[in-house]
Each structure stands twice: as C-alpha cells, then as structure tokens.
Design a protein around this ligand. Structure first.
Ligand code: NAP
Length: 225
C-alpha cells in the first residue's frame, strides 16, 4: 500500500489551537490541492481525535473529480477510515453517512455490542490490535479490501503512529503564515516522539499556494538509505 500524509500546520508546527478546534490554516488554492490528493486515494484516514474535534465528512469537494472516478470504475468518493481503539466515534458522526464506505479500525478493546452499534450506524468495523489500534495490521486489512493508495489527513497522534510504523511513503505539509503556539496544541507528529531512528525524509518539491507554502517529501522505507 502506498501511504501519503497530508496536513496543514502553522509556522510553529501546530495543526490546531490548544482548544483543538478546527482552524483555517490554508486557503482555496490549497483546499483544491488537498481535494486532488483525496481524489487520487482509495481511502482517507483520520484519528478519532479529529472526528471528535472536527466531525469531518472527508468526501470530495469537486463534482468533476467524483465523475472522473466513477468513469474509471471507482467509487465516486474515496472510502473513509477512522483509527479508533474503543469505538468512540459518535453514531451520528458525518463520517458514518452513506456518502462513501467507512471503515472503523478498532482494537480488541471495543466490545462486541459497541462494534454492532457502529456497524448498524453504517461502519465496516475492522479489529486490529489488542488495546490500541495496530496501524500496520490495520493497513494490511485495508489492503485486503482493495485499498492500494491511502491518504492520511491527521491528526498529530495518528500521523506519528504512521511514521513510527514505517508505513509513510510521502509527506505533504502546507505551512500557513500564522503562529498558533501553545505547548498543548496538536503538532504535525505528536505521540511519544522519536529519540533516534528519525524518519528519513527527502525534500522533493516546494510550491507557493495562497499565503503559504507546501513542502513535499519522499519518505524512505525502514532500512532504506
Ligand atoms: N491542520 C490539519 O491538517 C489537521 C488535520 C487533522 C486534524 N487536525 C486537528 O488535529 C486535532 C486532532 O488531532 P489529535 O492528534 O488530537 O487526534 P488524532 O490523531 O486525530 O486521533 C488520535 C486518537 O486516535 C486513536 N488511536 C487509536 N489507535 C491509535 C494509534 N495507533 N496511534 C495514534 N492514535 C490512535 C487514539 O484514541 P483512542 O485511544 O481512543 O483510540 C488517539 O487519541 C484536532 O484539533 C484537529 O482539528 C488538523
């Protein structure tokens, strides 16, 4: 599976404010770029923290892109994926509507009753991991369901876990012209953090969009020089 991480951050590396409220960091040109990246993906993944904070829908904005996908024999919108160990995704979350397939990656810590409730609400529930979702195992199970190209949209906890699992192939970061600050504000990669064996990034492109820049990186596979 090919994994592309895309996020928008402030100059100081924050994805949102310390209140974890959705914040407009980029602008229309970058929204269009993100829509293009989404349209190329078989599935778009977020953490349950993002679902609880933003209630995203994660479908395409541009109808032309949906039509083009359908013309190519693909679903109109990419599938949606939530990484959610204990099944905290609300049953009325927008991501569970019938606009696209939604996979909930849960761990064995989600009891059967909750899994059934989420399935009734529209999710295809996939168990990966014991206490917490095992990202690598979850991605393997998504690959079994035909997901070859995955876009990871955040937030910071999930992005870190994707890097820690060594599954990321590309990173695109929009850096908006603002400072958010706050030691408790989410950053591009939170989690426990690396102290060694940092991900190996190569800058492949820079582009100006709106009042900011997009930095694009190739990420070497584990063990690759
Ligand atoms: N600017 C941007 O581009 C952008 C994009 C997305 C989100 N955001 C912002 O980011 C914030 C949310 O980010 P976040 O870091 O708090 O949450 P997140 O990464 O969206 O979700 C984290 C949650 O996912 C669950 N999870 C399950 N297995 C995991 C694993 N293996 N690794 C990591 N997480 C796992 C955990 O909850 P359980 O333990 O309950 O499973 C964890 O708390 C919001 O403020 C949102 O607005 C910004």
């Amino acid at each position: 599976m090919y994994v592309v991480v895309n996020a928008a951050q402030s100059v100081d590396g924050k994805l949102a404010t310390r209140r974890r409220e959705q914040l407009r960091i980029s602008g229309p040109e970058d929204f269009d770029r993100v829509d293009r990246v989404r349209a190329a993906a078989d599935a778009v993944l977020v953490g349950v923290g993002t679902v609880l904070a933003d209630d995203p829908h994660l479908t395409l904005d541009e109808e032309d892109r949906r039509v083009e996908r359908l013309r190519n024999g693909r679903p109109g919108d990419p599938a949606r994926v939530v990484v959610d160990s204990t099944g905290r995704t609300p049953t009325d979350a927008r991501i569970l509507d019938d606009a696209a397939t939604t996979y909930l990656l849960v761990s064995a810590a989600t009891d059967r009753e909750r899994r059934e409730t989420l399935a009734d609400a529209g999710a295809e529930v996939i168990v990966a991991g014991e206490d917490r979702v095992d990202v690598a195992e979850g991605l393997d199970k998504l690959a079994d369901r035909g997901v070859d190209r995955l876009m990871v949209e955040g937030g910071g906890e999930v992005i870190f876990s994707c890097f820690a699992a060594g599954v990321v192939d590309e990173l695109h970061v929009y850096v908006g012209s603002l400072v958010i600050g706050g030691r408790d504000a989410p950053t591009l990669a939170d989690g426990a953090g690396f102290t060694e064996e940092f991900p190996d990034l190569t800058l492949t492109d820079t582009a100006a969009f709106d009042d900011g820049v997009v930095l694009s990186y190739a990420v070497a596979a584990d063990g690759e020089q």
